[in-house]
Design a protein. Structure first.
Length: 138
């Protein structure tokens, strides 16, 4: 499995807690989702309709060695924000090759399947799929 140090750390944090504490940890990540920079209008972002809540992302791969990822989701969608924040923490600034090597099933390593609906977990995987798709086209 090829993961960034940050994603290994995230998985370790989730492995250390049980049950509802996993959800609390996800909510902590939701609070850490970076704000969009002023230059990026929401209209320029790609929707991720697989997410149950509105989520938009932007992949800036002009520099394939330092890919920038931007996400936005409403505050009322903490699960979706938490997933986006995990991707931002684990992948933003990494090279395209590193991101493309991330396993598609990373979301399952967090141990949330018993706490969150499969549709919500699919949203996290869909974010990664869209990021990778964008990287393959540049």
């Amino acid at each position: 499995m090829s993961l960034t140090d940050e994603l290994v750390q995230v998985a370790a944090e989730f492995a250390e807690v049980e049950g509802q504490d996993k959800l609390r940890l996800l909510l902590e990540y939701a609070d850490e989702l970076p704000e969009l920079p002023d230059f990026l209008a929401k209209e320029a972002m790609e929707p991720v309709p697989e997410c149950q809540s509105p989520l938009f992302l932007h992949v800036d791969a002009d520099d394939r060695e330092h890919v920038r990822l931007y996400f936005t989701a409403p505050v009322e969608a903490p699960t979706t924000r938490g997933f986006a924040s995990i991707w931002a923490a684990g992948l933003d600034g990494k090279s395209a090759d590193v991101i493309l090597a991330i396993p598609d099933d990373y979301a399952t390593t967090l141990g949330l399947a018993e706490l969150i609906s499969p549709l919500r977990l699919r949203g996290m995987s869909a974010m990664l799929t869209r990021i990778k798709r964008r990287l393959r086209t540049v």
